[in-house]
Every structure is written in C-alpha cells, then in structure tokens.
Design a binder for this molecule. Structure first.
Ligand SMILES: [Zn+2]
Length: 465
C-alpha cells in the first residue's frame, strides 16, 4: 500500500464521500453498520455523508436481503448507482481517435476508435470523439452523469519543446469541457497507454515496468515502484527521442538520429522502400514479412536491434521486471521482437537478464483511452503520486450541508490542464462521485476488463544462455 498525504485523504466531507464510495466500489452493497465499521466514521458523520450521497443520486438503496434479521426489518443496504457517474477516456493519437467509458461502478461501458487523416484540425477531432462517445453511450444521459474526461495527446504537455503548444492544448481542453461538460485532464497518450497496460494489461500487477509503443510516433512510459512516473516537465517516457544514430536523420524534436527516426511506422516504411522493398503501408509490409521477404526481414532485424539496445540501456537505468512493447509495429511479431529480445539480452546487466520479461501489449489501440479513464477516475494506485495532488482549498467544517457541490467543471483556457486532477471552478449539480485525489484503497483499484481481447503474450522469456 502506498503512502498518502493525510491532509489530502481526509480533508472533510469530500474525503468522507470518497471513503464511502471507495468501500462500496470495493465490497459491493453494504448496510450502514458494515459501512461504519469499515470506514471508521462516527454515526453522525456517516449519516450526513450518506444523506448527501443519496440526495445526489450517487448512492442508492439496494434490495434488502430476503432473510430478515431477527425480528426487525432487514438491514437496508446501500450501493453505488451505476447511472450516477461515468468517466471517459479519449486518446487523440496522430491518426486516430479512441474512446473508452466506464460507469461509477467501474464497469466498462464500451470502447471505440476510428482512424482519420493525419493533421485533422482539432475541432474535427473533438467532433469525432463526441460522435464515438455518443455511439457508445447514446442519447444525452451520459452528459449529465459525466464525472471526468481523461485525455491523451501526443507529446509532453508543459511546453518543453514548444512554448505555444500548451496554449493550443488549453484551448482543446476548454473545447472538450464545453462538448462533454466534465472536468478535463490532459496527459501524454503513450504514458496513458502505459498506465492502462500496467493496470489491466500485459504488465498488470508488476511494480516495475517499462512500456514502449511503436506507432507513427515512438514513446513509452515508466512504472517505478508501483507508480507511473511523470518526470519533470512531463517528459518521462519519451523513449522515441533517445538518440541511436549520431549521423542519422533529423527528428521533429530537433535532435538527430532519435529512435523515432528509425523505429516509427513511417521511418520503417521509408527505409523499406529505400532498400528496394515494395510497399507503401503497414499491411504491405506485414504481407512482405509473412512472405519472408529478405529485405523486410533484414530491416526489421536491424530496427529490432536498435530498439533492444535502447531498452537494455533503459532497463539498466530503471530496473524493470517487465518490458511491454505495443503499437502497430509490434504486431509484426517475432521478426521484429526477436531481435529486440536478443539485443536486450546482450545489453542488460546479468542480474536482470534472466528475470526480465519481454511482453507484447495486451490492450491494443484503445490502451491510451483506457488510461484516460484511469486518469479521470484517479483511483489507480499507479497514480498515487502522479502528479502531486493539489492541496484542498479549505478544510470544510463538518458536518456540512448536504449536497454541496464538491467536484469541478473543466478548467478554462487560463486554467492549465496539465496534470490537473480536477480543478476548482463553478458550481456543479451534484457532489463529486468517484473523483478527486488518489485515495487509499482497501483492495484492487479497478475492475478487470474481461471483455477486452488479449493478444498472445510471451511471458517470462528467458535469455538464451
Ligand atoms: Zn527526437
């Protein structure tokens, strides 16, 4: 169990609400006595907290057990209201939009995605996201119930490369807040994919993991000691900008010969054609690989070696137990990943060489959107120090009046969206549900995702001796 700052965990009523909601999420319906024992609140405080949650519709009374308790009435049980709150995750990758939605009980409502032309303007991308969300949730109900939107975008978010970029993204956050009506949190989409893979996917349960995504861009995420690492200026996980060839091609980051210039989809396709390969897109390359085209196989062997050497260096610095490789290029399978494994084996320090697992990502293209959901809910232990929660504005006196708004609306353009875990702002129709600073949790943070397909994963591959 990770440590939490006490003043963040228990500021007042909001903390009590979060504690009660967390217990109902973890244990299912409970009666008042069970709740009182588990959360440790006084009878008066629990009564007031539950009154607020019931009035807000976040909690409902469940059907009592059929067997009566002694001579009295059956104990009234309380449960989360599945219709009361939802969180959305949206991944704006370079050429596609993915969305995922959960209800307040953390059940996955659904996921969806659609490719688009590169360079599609932001308003069109937001409109596409809205259409996908409507397709998932239907009607307008979701809008009233929405509790948060976790949004993944390409690149770091604090202007490390381009001072004007964050300004543009603030506008995007404002637009998303307008369209979806909930608090909007932005983060790097590849890091969100790492969060999802570490929560539900190929690295679930591993305290130390490294995630690499090989797509139109190359990026990653680091989970160290059970915490998703964000880094100063939000640049943690920019694995695509590790230099691999000092005499290589210029990179969009301003560097030369970055991993992205050799291992992105475009870079691989360019190199394939430059060597005489026939194929303009990924399916063509895939077909060439399946046909054992020596040009394609030779190229993937080289690229895999470069990837593996970078991963070995990172592994020696970070010490992951598992390395997860995702993105469309990973779907090329062994012709790319076996050279990765060999280079990793050659470069990793001996002590980790025989314990390190190399796995393919399990969640597919929707991983970034699922990570957005986890970010919006703020409940994954991986986010417990990510970023440091903002201090609560005021310790409210308690017991307070019922149903005072505690959540927040989207931050406007002047309200930096970077890493916000829900800003403070105008009124909201009901208290926060399943939302806020990371909470100590009694059990697993989120329900597993049984409906999602899992790719074959190579577990615990051992180095050849
Ligand atoms: Zn670069």
């Amino acid at each position: 169990m990770r440590q939490f700052t006490p003043e963040v965990v228990l500021p007042a009523r909001r903390g009590h609400e979060q504690a009660v909601l967390g217990l109902l999420r973890a244990y299912g319906p409970l009666n008042r006595g069970e709740l009182s024992r588990r959360c440790g609140l006084s009878r008066t405080t629990l009564h007031d907290t539950l009154s607020g949650l019931l009035a807000a519709g976040a909690v409902v009374t469940a059907t009592p057990d059929e067997a009566p308790r002694g001579r009295g009435r059956p104990a009234e049980r309380l449960a989360l209201n599945p219709a009361a709150g939802q969180a959305l995750g949206i991944d704006f990758s370079r050429r596609a939009v993915y969305v995922a939605a959960v209800d307040v009980t953390y059940e996955i409502v659904g996921t969806a995605g659609e490719a688009h032309a590169p360079g599609l303007p932001w308003p069109d991308r937001v409109a596409l996201a809205e259409r996908l969300v409507r397709g998932l949730l239907g009607g307008g109900l979701w809008r009233r119930a929405l509790k948060g939107v976790g949004v993944g975008v390409v690149g770091p978010l604090t202007g490390a490369w381009d001072g004007s970029r964050d300004g543009a993204l603030s506008g995007v956050a404002a637009l998303l807040g307008e369209r979806f009506g909930g608090p909007v949190l932005l983060d790097n989409n590849t890091r969100l994919a790492a969060l999802a893979e570490s929560t539900w996917g190929a690295a679930a349960g591993d305290q130390d993991a490294l995630y690499l995504r090989l797509s139109y861009g190359v990026g990653g995420g680091v989970v160290a000691g059970g915490v998703l690492h964000r880094g100063a200026d939000g640049v943690s996980g920019e694995i695509g900008h590790v230099p691999v060839d000092p005499a290589g091609r210029p990179c969009e980051c301003g560097g030369t010969g970055c991993l992205e210039t050799v291992a992105s989809i475009r870079a691989v396709l360019d190199a394939y054609r430059a060597r005489g390969g026939q194929g303009d897109d990924l399916p063509a390359l895939k077909a060439a690989v399946e046909a054992r085209d020596p040009i394609a196989l030779g190229l993937l062997s080289e690229v895999g070696g470069q990837i593996g050497r970078v991963l070995a260096a990172l592994s020696n610095a970070i010490g992951p137990r598992v390395i997860v490789v995702g993105g469309e290029l990973a779907e090329l399978g062994a012709p790319l990943l076996e050279p990765v494994r060999k280079a990793l084996d050659a470069g990793a320090v001996p002590i980790s060489r025989h314990r390190l697992a190399l796995r393919r990502a399990a969640l597919g293209g929707v991983a970034g959107a699922l990570g957005g959901v986890a970010l919006a809910l703020g409940e994954s232990p991986l986010l417990s120090r990510y970023p440091a929660p903002e201090p609560e504005p005021e310790p409210e006196p308690e017991p307070g009046p019922a149903a005072s708004p505690a959540d927040s609306r989207a931050g406007g353009p002047a309200d930096s969206p970077v890493g916000r875990r829900g800003g403070r702002g105008g009124p909201s129709p009901r208290p926060a549900v399943g939302w806020g600073a990371a909470q100590a949790r009694p059990r697993r943070p989120l329900t597993p995702l049984p409906s999602l397909p899992t790719l074959p994963v190579s577990r615990g591959r051992r180095a050849a001796s």
